[in-house]
Design a protein around this ligand. Structure first.
Ligand code: GCU
Length: 414
């Protein structure tokens, strides 16, 4: 069924920089009650918790409880995958509660020349089998968004989508660089539809409850929760260096990676690829997609409380730079694409810039000035940023930068 708040919403995106409204950027180092945060101790004790709490209650929604993995099972593995370069594992992560069962499958490739590999962990949009041309990858049988060119109809994946997203995953490049990759089909945690009767949400309902409360989790927080459960598994997989797991995501899954990185400090680094509105981009700029538009087009992504900022961004006591600051001092990479104006590249850049003061409190280097770098000229510090040519996508160029940054900032083997 559909919720009544998804009303028609007249919307023409603004792409004119001169029409970006004037607004004040909240200083991440001044607490809501006006106190200056002068050291990391106060940041961690006062400011970080209040910001986390704000985003949890008003933007992404709180996870209503705890649920541990009931069991995990390696359902397939081969030490000679990718022409002997990699160890492939497919692991089912299973949750049982009150007669309900949910599972998701983690597909992993680990470089054979490393004992414990640092790893990129990220959700995929089109099934694990879409990330690599490898006939052994299992095809998820959960809900899939129909897509004619990928052979997806009746909400079911088919063989036809095997490898279709390989250019956006660059598995060989990742392996050759000494990293592992772990990926999960996001629809296994919660199908990306405007409903709350399937996926992980119902596991937390009390009797008769049909949807989360206004300050409880939408789909993005549910997906982020799934990344944390994947991390629970990775922590006890002896082939993985769990202290070097970098969470990655594109677009809505980039928003998800940021929220996962903010809520779970076990992630050693975070990559936001073209995450846009509700991700890295500043909402108050109202450039491209806006809060009102996103809540209307995707009413299930955020906490219902977020609706109070529809056409009312100025009321936000903190903008998305506060979300990025929650990742400090861990390395953060924000990436934009020149033609992806819907995601507001400048807004993504400025959020990274305004989060920098928190990184500096830890003696880390972030974005040094308000001047955006030239296209295809990455700025690689603990907070890194690039804007590349092209559109809304993940490319080989993007991965080359992420690997270089991970080498320097996370793994420190350069
Ligand atoms: C839509 C949505 C964006 C989102 C994107 C995606 O364009 O408006 O917020 O990031 O889908 O996930 O690809």
């Amino acid at each position: 069924f559909h919720f009544c708040y998804a009303q028609q919403f007249e919307f023409t995106p603004n792409y004119d920089e001169s029409k970006v409204p004037q607004f004040k950027i909240t200083n991440p180092l001044i607490s809501f009650n006006g106190r200056k945060i002068k050291n990391t101790k106060r940041w961690e004790k006062v400011r970080r918790p209040e910001l986390l709490n704000f985003f949890a209650n008003n933007v992404y929604g709180k996870v209503p409880g705890e649920l541990e993995i009931s069991k995990w099972e390696v359902v397939e593995e081969n030490a000679n995958a990718l022409n002997g370069k990699a160890h492939r594992k497919q692991v089912d992560i299973v949750f049982n509660k009150d007669g309900k069962t949910l599972f998701f499958n983690i597909l992993m490739y680990l470089p054979n020349n490393k004992e414990k590999a640092p790893l990129f962990l990220g959700y995929n949009f089109y099934g694990n089998h879409a990330v690599c041309q490898d006939v052994k990858i299992r095809i998820p049988d959960t809900w899939a968004r129909n897509n004619e060119s990928y052979g997806i109809s009746n909400n079911q994946f088919t063989e036809k989508s095997r490898g279709v997203r390989k250019d956006s995953w660059q598995v060989e490049k990742i392996i050759d660089s000494g990293y592992g990759l772990a990926t999960i089909y996001y629809g296994e945690i919660d199908p990306d539809n405007n409903d709350f009767y399937n996926g992980i949400h119902p596991f937390f309902y009390v009797d008769g409850q049909q949807r989360p409360a206004a300050n409880e989790w939408g789909a993005i927080a549910a997906w982020a929760w799934g990344l944390s459960r994947a991390m629970d598994y990775l922590e006890q997989d002896s082939d993985v260096d769990a202290t070097k797991v970098i969470v990655f995501g594109h677009s809505r899954l980039g928003k998800t990676a940021l929220w996962a990185g903010a809520t779970d400090e076990r992630f050693a680094g975070v990559i936001s690829n073209n995450s846009g509105c509700g991700g890295a981009a500043l909402s108050k700029r109202q450039y491209g997609e806006t809060v009102g538009r996103i809540n209307n087009a995707f009413p299930h992504w955020f906490a219902r409380n977020f609706i109070s900022y529809n056409k009312n961004e100025k009321a936000l006591p903190i903008d998305q730079h506060g979300l990025l600051a929650l990742i400090a001092p861990r390395p953060l990479y924000v990436a934009s694409a020149e033609d992806d104006r819907w995601a507001d590249p400048r807004g993504e850049f400025l959020a990274a810039y305004y989060a920098t003061s928190v990184y500096e409190l830890y003696g880390k280097k972030g974005i040094p000035s308000e001047e955006m770098p030239q296209v295809n000229q990455p700025l690689i510090n603990t907070v890194a940023y690039h804007i590349r040519t092209g559109g809304h996508d993940v490319t080989a160029f993007d991965w080359e930068q992420y690997i270089k940054w991970a080498d320097e900032q996370v793994v420190k083997n350069f």
